[in-house]
Ligand binder design. Structure first.
Ligand code: UD1
Length: 365
């Protein structure tokens, strides 16, 4: 029986850990799972809603670290996570993705000599100004088992001299959640509530510091949304950081003037967001996960960044990398609307969680 601490910290972690914990509970003779929530995200709409929607069990421990600088957040997680690892003595700690909590917990384990497995290992944007890229690089160096979502990730790790025996290509576990929840999401009334009809609307999400912490890119993106909203209505569930910046840069009036063609709304829970974007004709985002979720459902996606750590969504999916130039975003948006495409990366089949569990068992022997 393997005792495994599953770490979650921020919104994009919840949908990756839920299927793993669910599989561990189903395979209760082989696994004893614990869930530790660092509290990096703490708003009800950024956290609690996801536990409910994904049927994640109440965390066994909540570290309550909250917001702060990167150093503050990372250090706070380390200080509060260490005693838990010492007390629980797990066989494995499972960390996911690339948020500050991921790195902090991997570092604690590496120092204590506790084995750590990284889900979504090997992704690289090659942009070290992104905090997530630093988190990915260091977490992968420290992890004993690297569970990759796509073959490009294996190649990245091998190129960094990580031994092949530490790497396992298991596919994309976030897609397990997506497929598992699609039917439940159909019961959400979000489309009706927003008054969007059929599939004739676009959805946008934005939260990257490089896009929202400076007014210039944010204004360029807003101009593109303005033009796109002339063709189809745009729904914009805003991350708390983004809403704050729009207020700070006095852009709220401009956003309000675009209503009802552009509608800024509160962040949505997992099921409502799934219901909303799964019906959209176009998604614009700077998120990592949404590039993958749109690919899995064959929905055209524009990524408002200069690079992506998920190139497979471009080569084997529906994603287009467009940056933040107004004219480029608009042109590619209209082209993607007129010429949708469809294909699926290997092992994005809803079965990744069991492959992850098998990899842990094999590595244990
Ligand atoms: C974090 C992750 C990012 C991920 C994103 C998803 C890191 C380095 N970044 O970025 O990879 O894509 O989560 O959302 O870990 N805030 C709230 N309520 C919350 C959480 C945050 O109001 O529940 C506000 C706070 O003002 C906070 C700011 O958002 O200062 C940023 O939060 P933080 O966790 O530092 O980073 P994110 O931008 O959310």
């Amino acid at each position: 029986m393997l005792k495994v601490i599953n770490v979650v910290g921020a919104r994009p972690n919840f949908m990756k850990v839920a299927p793993v914990v669910e599989a561990m509970r189903r395979r209760a003779r082989e696994f004893a799972p614990l869930v530790v929530h660092t509290g990096q995200h703490y708003d009800a709409r950024m956290s609690e809603a996801f536990f409910r929607d994904l049927a994640l069990p109440e965390p066994d421990a909540y570290l309550g670290i909250g917001s702060g600088s990167h150093a503050e957040q990372t250090a706070a997680v380390m200080q509060r996570f260490e005693p838990i690892v010492l007390a629980e003595k797990p066989d494995w700690v499972l960390v996911v993705g690339d948020v500050n909590s991921t790195l902090a917990c991997a570092l604690v384990c590496a120092k204590l000599g506790v084995r750590v497995a990284h889900i979504e290992a090997g992704l690289r944007s090659r942009d070290r100004t992104m905090p997530e890229e630093i988190n990915r690089l260091v977490t992968d160096q420290l992890s004993d088992l690297l569970l990759t979502p796509s073959p490009d990730a294996d190649e990245n790790l091998l190129a960094e001299n990580i031994p092949r025996e530490r790497i396992r290509f298991v596919g994309n576990v976030m897609i397990d959640s997506l497929y598992a929840q699609l039917e439940r999401a159909n019961r959400s009334q979000i489309r009706e509530g927003l008054g969007v009809k059929g599939t004739d609307y676009a959805v946008v999400t934005l939260h990257r510091p490089s896009n929202v912490d400076d007014s210039a890119p944010l204004e360029r993106i807003l101009s593109a949304l303005e033009r796109i909203s002339e063709r189809l209505p745009v729904i914009f569930p805003a991350h708390p950081r983004t809403r704050r910046r729009l207020e700070e840069f006095n852009l709220m009036e401009r956003v309000a003037a675009l209503a009802p063609r552009l509608r800024l709304i509160e962040p949505l829970g997992y099921l409502d967001f799934l219901r909303l974007f799964s019906g959209a004709k176009l998604v614009l985002t700077d998120s990592g996960g949404i590039q993958e979720e749109t690919t899995a459902l064959s929905i055209p996606c524009l990524t408002l960044r200069e690079n992506t750590e998920r190139p497979i969504t471009i080569t084997h999916g529906t994603n287009h990398l467009v940056g933040t130039n107004t004219a480029t975003i608009t042109a590619v948006a209209f082209d993607a609307l007129d010429h949708p495409r469809e294909s699926l990366p290997p092992l994005w089949d809803g079965q990744a969680a069991d492959r992850i569990l098998n990899a842990l068992l094999e590595k244990q022997e």
